[in-house]
Design a protein around this ligand. Sequence first.
Ligand code: SF4
Length: 88
Amino acid sequence: MSFIICEPCIGTKDTACVDACPVDCIHPRKDEGRFESEEQLYIDPEECIDCGACVPECPVEAIFPEDELPEGWSRYIDINYKWYENKK
Ligand code: SF4
């Protein structure tokens, strides 16, 4: 499983979650080239250890466990996963 970043992150990209993540699996970081062009941040499902540390850090409540996504946001599972597939 993984945690998933959903719609409220679009246009927000606060990055407090990036600093809270112990395994650096939330990208792009502010110091990465794609930060400006991406509309939201994404969690790497292969690296996420499901610790939940990012959840309370998000000011817009955009992060949820994959199996507890709010209704209507299931497409964000694909959106997060695919961002990393495209990177490889
Ligand atoms: Fe990182 Fe933990 Fe959040 Fe996964 S649940 S993205 S490991 S802080």
